[in-house]
Design a protein around this ligand. Sequence first.
Ligand SMILES: *[C@@H]1O[C@H](CO)[C@@H](O)[C@H](O)[C@H]1NC(C)=O
Ligand SMILES: *[C@@H]1O[C@H](CO)[C@@H](O)[C@H](O)[C@H]1NC(C)=O
Length: 206
Amino acid sequence: MAELLLNLSSTAVFLLAVLSLTSSFATIESKPFARVLSPSSMGLTKPKKLSHLHFYFHDIVVGKNATAIRVAKAPTKTAFGAVVVIDDPLTVGPDIDSKLVGKAQGIYVTTSQTEASLLMAYNFALMQGVYNGSSLSVMGRNPVFSDVREMPVIGGSGVFRLARGYAEARTSRYDYNTGNAFVEYNVYVLHSDSLVQSLKLIFTFG
Ligand SMILES: *[C@@H]1O[C@H](CO)[C@@H](O)[C@H](O)[C@H]1NC(C)=O
Ligand SMILES: *[C@@H]1O[C@H](CO)[C@@H](O)[C@H](O)[C@H]1NC(C)=O
């Protein structure tokens, strides 16, 4: 009998605990931290525009004008395990003195023990025209000696909010003495059309 009472009272305690949990959930729900909006209320539409950006990326690893600095190195005999921070200029033409359209800012890491392959994680910080202040975020694998490397564009900011796409990189020149690399980029991104009013290719070809 006493045992039955004990069981009943522990059941009651359990029920009370469940009830108080439920009510604290209810309190949380009454002060929501998330809500559902219509994308158009934020000036966002489903991806409707496909932008094509074309520019040259200059990865200068030596000299006083270096734009890529190694900040870490693994205790290996190979290049595997190095981390490089970049602030690489992006220009309209292959010449580094041609018009600057932005910077590639981020890191790359040598992530293969058997080949020259990088993990790239960086932003294209754009600086021209309607794109000034907007960015695209790239995260992908870059086997640097392949003719064409494709890396996902995983998002963007400013006119490129909610962007998705990919970047194609082709080395136009690699200096074996210094390690400096000059890379042609074609970037294709889907994004809302409402943010870029007149979508002209401002990164013109050459
Ligand atoms: C560094 O940049 C300056 C200005 O563009 C240039 O005059 C100079 O030749 C460059 N130095 C090297 C070592 O490339
Ligand atoms: C880009 O925006 C910055 C900050 O507003 C401004 O200082 C700069 O002059 C702009 N650049 C161009 C090329 O419009």
